[in-house]
Design a protein around this ligand. Structure first.
Ligand SMILES: Cc1cc2nc3c(=O)[nH]c(=O)nc-3n(C[C@H](O)[C@H](O)[C@H](O)COP(=O)(O)O)c2cc1C
Ligand code: SF4
Length: 128
């Protein structure tokens, strides 16, 4: 496990004893990850590593744009949940789309245009 995760893993063990129910990996501020269209699910490696050694439910948030990748991570790692923020700005009905087994990539491309737009609207929406 990389050094930077050692402390986190130890912290998880401590929280585990205190019956913490979940640990969520969220990443927003670091531009090279948040803006990346290639490196999706920015925290997947760190989250999977911590989930491997802990009983705490692990949620990974940030860059979840590909349903099939989430499904694969769910089936092959200890990551149990996926958080999504900007994809719901762009597609408020995304869950319904997934329920209909329409698992195309999210319309959101992580461009961050909504962050500074009044009303936090997706810049792909005309007249918004
Ligand atoms: C408009 C907007 C507001 C946000 N506000 C918060 C916040 O108040 N607290 C927080 O922890 N994260 C906040 N975030 C970060 C998200 O929770 C999330 O970590 C980030 O957008 C990466 O996930 P995503 O790729 O699914 O958007 C915000 C994100 C956006 C786009
Ligand atoms: S402006 Fe739209 S595409 Fe860009 S990050 Fe926001 S929701 Fe996603």
């Amino acid at each position: 496990m990389p050094d930077r995760l050692d402390g986190l893993a130890l912290l998880c063990k401590k929280y585990e004893l205190q019956e913490l129910t979940f640990l969520q990996f969220i990443f927003f501020a670091q531009e090279d990850r948040i803006m990346s269209l290639i490196k999706e699910t920015y925290f997947k490696d760190e989250a999977a590593e911590v989930a491997k050694d802990n009983q705490i439910a692990v949620i990974v948030t940030g860059g979840n744009c590909d349903f099939r990748q989430m499904e694969q991570l769910l089936n092959t790692t200890g990551i149990g949940y996926f958080g999504m923020a900007r994809p719901f700005i762009s597609e408020p009905d995304l869950v319904n789309r997934y329920q209909k087994e329409d698992s195309e990539r999210t319309r959101c491309n992580s461009c961050n245009g909504c962050v500074t737009k009044p009303g936090r609207k997706c810049i792909q929406d005309q007249n918004s």
